[in-house]
Design a protein around this ligand. Structure first.
Ligand code: CP
Ligand code: NVA
Length: 331
């Protein structure tokens, strides 16, 4: 078996901590694992190891990806749900980190502030992987970029337009990822939804070295002209109060990805979304909000979501292959 743990012992907390070469290597390793899985070739690179998955927020993709990736690598998994442990309620993050690190070989953490996962990593002697915080969702970006590479053959020079609330985990992490990988990132939203100014400045600095560009644009027509990828995310994220729906719907509806917006981009443009998505009223929240505000879709229309341009389910599958790469590389 070739050596894959080129980041042995390193945490995976945010893309800012990694070089473009390391990110590229993780994406390529994920592609190798994907091929092995499709060909039915065993790849138990982490045989006999044990990992803990801590979820303080709910999840479908991230949890399942960590679990299946771990099994494929030959590992055993413990899942701690938002109510199933003492974390934060009866035991500090620092104490939890030291306890779990003495039992497990790696720890995944999904929670609220980025400072929590950073704290966990500080006190853990084994690698900690960020499974989403309010600020960053780095494993998602690896999956997104693998999917873009599969479709467009490259990341460099790709025009990537993020529509909607760009201040949260997805907008932030995609901007960082695009800056690192020499892509042309555009956040398209009303000004107040632009990413944090300090992070924009940091990304512009990275962009000077990688050839990337970072643009903040209020006009969808300008933003989408020549776009290769159109990306969006929910307008209200996990942990935010329900009261913000009214304002978000009012202010972000002009940024909803619909067929008209897709036509503003290149003919070959693809639609991406980290999921879950409110593209119809077939969910409890979608139905409640839809009925209350008289709309049938939120950040993306069902027509675009179900169109040939939509690659959201390939993107979701790639969560598993890329998370596998992160674990194998760091263990
Ligand atoms: N995209 C993503 O992280 O999905 P889950 O919340 O289902 O894990
Ligand atoms: N911004 C979303 C992403 C979900 C994967 C959230 O934090 O809820």
């Amino acid at each position: 078996m070739k050596k894959v743990n080129f980041l042995k012992g390193k945490d995976f907390l945010k893309l800012l901590d990694f070089t473009p070469e390391q990110i590229e290597k993780l994406i390529d390793l994920a592609a190798d694992f994907k091929k092995m899985k499709k060909e039915g070739k065993a790849h138990k690179y982490c045989e006999g190891k044990n990992i803990a998955l801590i979820f303080e927020k709910t999840s479908t993709r991230t949890r399942c990806s960590f679990e299946v990736a771990a099994y494929d690598l030959g590992m055993n998994v413990t899942y701690l749900d938002p109510t199933g442990s003492q974390i934060g309620k009866k035991e500090s993050i620092a104490d939890t980190a030291r306890v779990l690190a003495s039992i497990y070989d790696g720890i995944e953490y999904r929670g609220y502030g980025q400072e929590l996962v950073e704290e966990l990593a500080k006190y853990s002697k084994v690698p900690v992987w960020n499974g989403l915080t309010n600020e960053f969702h780095p494993t998602q970006i690896l999956a997104d970029f693998l999917t873009i590479k599969e479709h467009l053959g490259t990341l460099r020079g790709v025009k990537f337009v993020y529509m909607g609330d760009a201040r949260y985990n997805m907008g932030n992490s995609l901007m960082v990822g695009c800056a690192k990988m020499g892509m042309n990132f555009v956040a398209c939203a009303p000004k107040k939804y632009f990413p944090d100014a300090a992070l924009v400045a940091e990304c512009k600095k990275i962009a000077e070295e990688t050839g990337a560009t970072i643009t903040l644009e209020e006009c969808p027509e300008k933003a989408l002209s020549g776009a290769d990828v159109i990306y969006t995310d929910v307008w209200v994220s996990m942990g935010e109060p329900a009261e913000v729906w009214e304002e978000r719907i009012r202010e972000l509806s002009p940024y909803r990805v619909d067929t008209e917006k897709m036509k503003m981009a290149k003919d070959s443009a693809v639609f991406m979304h980290c999921l879950p998505s409110f593209h119809d009223l077939k969910t409890q929240v979608g139905r409640e909000i839809g009925e209350k505000f008289g709309i049938t879709a939120m950040e993306v229309t069902d027509e675009v979501f179900e169109s040939d341009a939509s690659i959201v389910f390939e993107e979701a599958e790639n969560r598993m292959h890329t998370i596998k790469a992160v674990m194998a590389a760091t263990l």
